[in-house]
Ligand binder design. Structure first.
Ligand code: IMP
Ligand code: MG
Length: 187
């Protein structure tokens, strides 16, 4: 069954931007590119919780070079659609970035504050190199300068959910990425 058709009937979703199949095809391409770039180089993939978790676990299974996996928690949103520039980061105990070639796997780069803060924190912890990979990029909203090394899709300035992305911690389990109807958050 076409996943776009079967889920687009959810009234909270205005339209489907990327189907399960389109996402899978793009994640495969990203994995292949990353595998080529890290051939012969030890790789540590770090997923950014919670939004980046779904993308991260799909991505690592498309990477063919040996890697280690960890997660970091970052939050800049408090149950809403307006970003706050202060980013809280927590690293699990026992993890050390020292000496690692890190690839950050994140759901979306919006203003850029989250990815920048995570990257700087890992470098401060002694990482050898830190590259970034986001399944989505909202270039229109960037507030800070940061290069993203691998991008899945550029999207317009709309609030999107699914494939790990949430609104008030809901919709993360949708297998596609869709635009959330404004009626859900503009009351
Ligand atoms: P930034 O710090 O503004 O780049 O925001 C990045 C974080 O905000 C992401 O990790 C997401 O958790 C969240 N975010 C930004 N845009 C969206 C969206 O359209 N839908 C859901 N979450 C979003
Ligand atoms: Mg996030």
């Amino acid at each position: 069954m076409d996943s776009a058709k079967s889920y687009a009937t959810d009234p909270a979703i205005e339209s489907v931007l990327f189907t399960r199949e389109q996402i899978a095809a793009r994640v495969k391409e990203l994995g292949e590119q990353i595998s080529r770039d890290y051939a012969g180089k030890p790789l540590a993939v770090i997923g950014v919780l919670r939004g980046g978790a779904v993308f991260c676990v799909d991505l690592i299974r498309q990477i063919s070079v040996p890697l280690e996996l960890s997660f970091i928690e970052a939050s800049s949103y408090q149950n809403g659609t307006t970003p706050q520039t202060e980013v809280k980061i927590s690293i699990s105990r026992g993890f050390t970035a020292k000496g690692l070639n890190i690839l950050i796997a994140e759901d979306i780069i919006d203003t850029g504050h989250t990815l920048k803060a995570v990257r700087e924190r890992l470098l401060a912890e002694g990482a050898l190199s830190v590259k970034t990979c986001c399944i989505l990029n909202k270039p229109a909203r960037r507030q800070t300068e940061i290069d993203v090394d691998y991008i899945g899709f550029d999207i317009p300035d709309e609030f999107v959910v699914g494939y790990g992305l949430d609104y008030a911690n809901k919709y993360r389990n949708l297998p596609y990425i869709g635009i959330l109807s404004r009626s859900v958050y503009e009351k």
